[in-house]
Design a protein around this ligand. Structure first.
Ligand SMILES: [Zn+2]
Length: 462
């Protein structure tokens, strides 16, 4: 059921808080609508092409969402590349020739079985039907056509001539870029197994049933690592990456109760995989995948070596051995991870008989780290407030807001997850100090402007 777009259409109406919402006070969001509404109202995520009625299950990331999504990807690159000495980053092309997808197996196997209902003319994924003989739309029994395989890759043409030689595909995963560049990276980076190649970028899958807002969309963003190891070390590195990846989500604020690692059953495994586990998040619709960690053996490099005729292996001079490395692949979805962080961070609490909505985002993820708020719009305050803004924005993504009562501006920053507000008031003109207000505790502290950056950095942790 494709309800996500309709959800967004009606979401600019701010509903009064009912009893069902009040019962959630002090808890992460359990209703997707809470987040979808907030995201549309505050400029995180909009339905794409909305002035033309929207484009199915496609979303645009607004002023705050684009910052949040970028911060999610930056946090991944920081943990996976910057803080290690054994992983390098690449950025491969989205367009690729059929040869790549032939070798990877996507042309032959990356498909879903589709059936049409001859009664109501709706199309369904056969493997997702509760009852393979009953149409979930009209209830007709035995009305389905034979299943046809539907390839999920977007096909297009490169160049002005539409012949078969011009066929190209939008990548359905970033991973193949790491395999096709394996030899070049090995040669130019001076790395040797165990080492990894990481990539963050867009992928495209022509999903038959995109669903659950930005969780499953046809255009999405991935954060993938291919980690190449000597074959005997595969199992221990697999264990390592499972734990390491789980930690990453924890470190950025997802509580243990909403996170789990689930090993795949044997019948879920690809034929070449010797073990796969999913990092799962407790979404409003139940446990669902944020990331898969797979042992892919030497399947991918061997396939590309056979199809390309190039040698894709490693010669270990210490042991005088030549081998095709085994691969451990932690593959995460950036956009669905962003949704998980939003859901986990969402909180409502009662303050002075009013409900305060707070996004308790980790400071690294928060779109704005700091908001500079002059107490009043009076001209006497503006020069100093702007000076403070320039000082802070040189180091941190900073919002500047000078209209409305200060209490309402604090609430607005709480709702978009800004960890710290800096208020410039009339006393500031004399004492050269400002008030720093904490999002979570709402505590306020007076800080001299010449010590402000140190104070902010100490509180944010960076
Ligand atoms: Zn039907």
């Amino acid at each position: 059921m494709n309800v996500d777009f309709e959800r967004c259409q009606s979401s600019n109406v701010v509903e009064p808080l009912g009893d069902d919402v009040r019962s959630l006070l002090g808890m992460p969001a359990t209703d997707l609508d809470q987040i979808v509404n907030l995201c549309k109202r505050r400029g995180f995520v909009y339905p794409s092409a909305e002035i033309y009625g929207g484009f199915r299950s496609t979303y645009d990331y607004g002023p705050l969402g684009s910052l949040l999504l970028r911060n999610v990807k930056d946090a991944w690159v920081r943990a996976m590349v910057q803080q290690r000495d054994d992983v390098v980053l690449i950025d491969a092309a989205i367009l690729g020739p059929p040869e790549v997808w032939q070798a990877s197996g996507h042309l032959a196997n990356f498909s879903d079985p589709l059936v049409d209902c001859t009664e109501c003319k709706t199309r369904h994924r056969q493997d997702k039907l509760d009852d393979p003989n009953t149409c979930p739309n009209c209830g007709a029994i035995g009305s389905f056509t034979e299943a046809r395989q539907f390839n999920l890759m977007f096909k297009t043409q490169a160049g002005p001539v539409a012949d078969a030689g011009a066929d190209a595909y939008l990548r359905p995963e970033t991973a193949q870029g790491m395999f096709t560049n394996f030899a070049s990276v090995l040669q130019t980076s001076r790395k040797r197994p165990p080492f990894g190649i990481a990539q963050v970028g867009k992928s495209f899958r022509n999903e038959i049933t995109p669903q659950n807002w930005i969780f499953r969309t046809r255009e999405f963003e991935q954060m993938e690592l291919e980690f190449f190891v000597p074959p005997a070390d595969g199992p221990s590195w697999y264990e390592y990456w499972c734990q390491h990846r789980l930690e990453w989500y924890r470190d950025l604020g997802i509580p243990d109760s909403m996170l789990r690692l689930r090993a795949h059953d044997d019948d879920e495994l690809s034929h070449y995989s010797t073990g796969t586990a999913d990092v799962e998040f407790m979404f409003p619709w139940g446990w669902d995948e944020l990331e898969g960690i797979a042992q892919r053996t030497d399947y991918d490099l061997t396939q590309h070596a056979q199809h390309s005729g190039e040698r894709l292996d490693y010669f270990d001079q210490a042991t005088n051995e030549r081998y095709v490395p085994y691969v451990i692949e932690p593959a995460a979805g950036a956009t669905r991870t962003m949704a998980a962080f939003l859901l986990a961070a969402y909180d409502e609490e009662k303050v002075n008989d009013e409900v305060r909505t707070v996004l308790r985002l980790h400071p690294r993820l928060a779109p704005y780290k700091i908001a500079v708020l002059p107490l009043s719009k009076k001209e006497t305050l503006t020069p100093l407030a702007q000076e403070v803004r320039r000082l802070v924005s040189d180091r941190y993504m900073t919002d500047y807001d000078e209209t409305q009562a200060i209490g309402r501006r604090y609430r607005r920053q709480d709702e978009i997850g800004t960890p710290l507000c800096v208020t410039v008031d009339f006393d500031s003109l004399d004492d050269k100090a400002v008030t720093v207000r904490d999002r979570d505790s709402m505590e306020q502290t007076r800080v001299p402007i010449d010590q402000l950056l140190g104070e902010l950095s100490g509180r944010l942790g960076f």
